[in-house]
Design a protein around this ligand. Structure first.
Ligand code: TTP
Ligand code: MG
Length: 359
């Protein structure tokens, strides 16, 4: 049973990178565009809704996107602009409540149970937020309104683009019963297949199963599913997570094979990381290098020092060492990232610009 009903909104920008590009360049408006990649190589980061009609999707090889939609225009990403817009939408969210939990640049949860306007209707707030994003930023977002983060997120996806979907408290359980398990955040392809084999297709099918049975089949997450379908897993919207690491990373327009080029890119990434280290007055002991290959295989390599460091040079030396140990990258690389963890929290003003660090 629910102890207390919260009013949660999930907002997610529509075709985020692509919409920003169309806003910035009127010639791209109304056209099928993809951000990232080219006719020959690379991967699509996202596609405009015009391109999605042809079956173009995020993470698709751009060659395939070009085959499906020969008129598609490939646009290079402008991450700084996306970061700027992201900050602007967060400012809009924060004008309603401090309980804003960003999930990525373009989406966030808001708990508006109590809000700065004393507005009792989460639905009206969601409408207003969408309108402000349109008026102030010339972009569209989709919103979901419900009693939990999970339901609000599922709802925001239901009528994209420019959608507003409300799942009111008295409809929540019935809604989950009809929900296809593939739509449940956290259930990926593998789990979905496993569930389908067991005849579990919807929320109602999960509900029929005993807790023990679910735990036996799916481990700890079995218990999560059990409570989820009963609306019992209401996790709070957490605005100020205690940061465990500082990170910076970059996805390249074209995959990189040359080691020197990788080092050059890592140096740029180090500059961003350094800015973040200085801004938060943080130091840390563990340095991690993340490598994502063109086929999305991802590895991380770490080294932990005996004492805290905030020195860019020291970190960069270790990063270069990690790049070649235990082996040099052996296939084209699409993303490199560096993070500093095991932080010295005593020095950190945890309230300072937390959200910024997620970028
Ligand atoms: P999403 O919100 O997943 O996608 P979207 O905003 O482009 O489209 P919509 O929400 O309307 O379905 O991701 C937000 C941005 O993150 C997206 O614009 C580009 C980036 N992104 C990638 O770079 N690679 C990916 O694989 C995905 C899914 C997103
Ligand atoms: Mg989006």
């Amino acid at each position: 049973m629910l102890k207390e009903i919260r009013k949660i909104i999930h907002v997610d920008m529509d075709a985020f990178y692509a919409s920003v590009e169309q806003r910035e360049n009127p010639e791209l408006r109304g056209k099928a565009i993809a951000v990232g990649g080219s006719e020959k190589r690379g991967v699509v980061m996202t596609a405009s809704y015009e391109a999605r009609k042809f079956g173009v999707r995020s993470a698709m090889p751009s060659k395939m996107a070009f085959e499906r939609c020969p008129n598609i225009i490939f646009v290079k990403p402008h991450f700084e602009t996306y970061g700027k817009v992201s900050k602007q939408i967060r400012e809009i969210f924060k004008s309603y409540t401090n309980l804003v939990e960003p999930l990525s640049l373009d989406e966030a949860y808001l708990d508006v149970t109590e809000n700065k306007f004393g507005n009792p209707s989460a639905t009206l707030i969601a409408k207003e937020i969408k309108q402000r994003i349109k008026d102030e930023l010339q972009l569209t977002a989709s919103a979901g309104v419900s009693i939990s983060k999970f339901l609000a997120k599922v709802a925001s996806d239901m009528q994209k683009p420019d959608g507003l979907t409300v799942i009111p408290p008295d409809k929540a359980e019935a809604f989950i019963e009809t929900l296809k398990i593939e739509k449940i955040p956290g259930i990926g392809k593998v789990t979905a297949e496993k569930m389908n084999k067991l005849g579990i297709k919807t929320g109602a099918d999960i509900k029929k199963m005993e807790l023990n049975e679910l735990i036996k089949r799916f481990g700890k997450t079995g218990s999560y599913y059990y409570h989820l379908v009963r609306c019992e897993n209401i996790s709070p919207v957490v605005p100020d997570r205690i940061r465990k690491s500082l990170a910076a990373e970059n996805t390249f327009n074209d995959d990189i094979e040359d080691e020197n080029e990788m080092i050059e890119e890592l140096e740029k990434i180090m500059e961003i990381l350094e800015r973040r280290i200085l801004k938060t007055k943080t130091s840390g002991k563990t340095i991690t290098l993340k490598i994502k290959y063109h086929d999305f295989q991802t590895t991380t390599r770490s080294k932990t020092l005996k004492s805290f460091t905030d020195s860019k040079n020291e970190i960069f030396e270790i990063v270069k060492e990690l790049l070649s140990t235990p082996e040099k990258p052996f296939k084209p690389v699409r993303l490199l990232g560096v993070s500093l963890s095991n932080l010295n929290h005593e020095n950190v003003n945890l309230k300072t610009d937390q959200l910024d660090l997620k970028f």
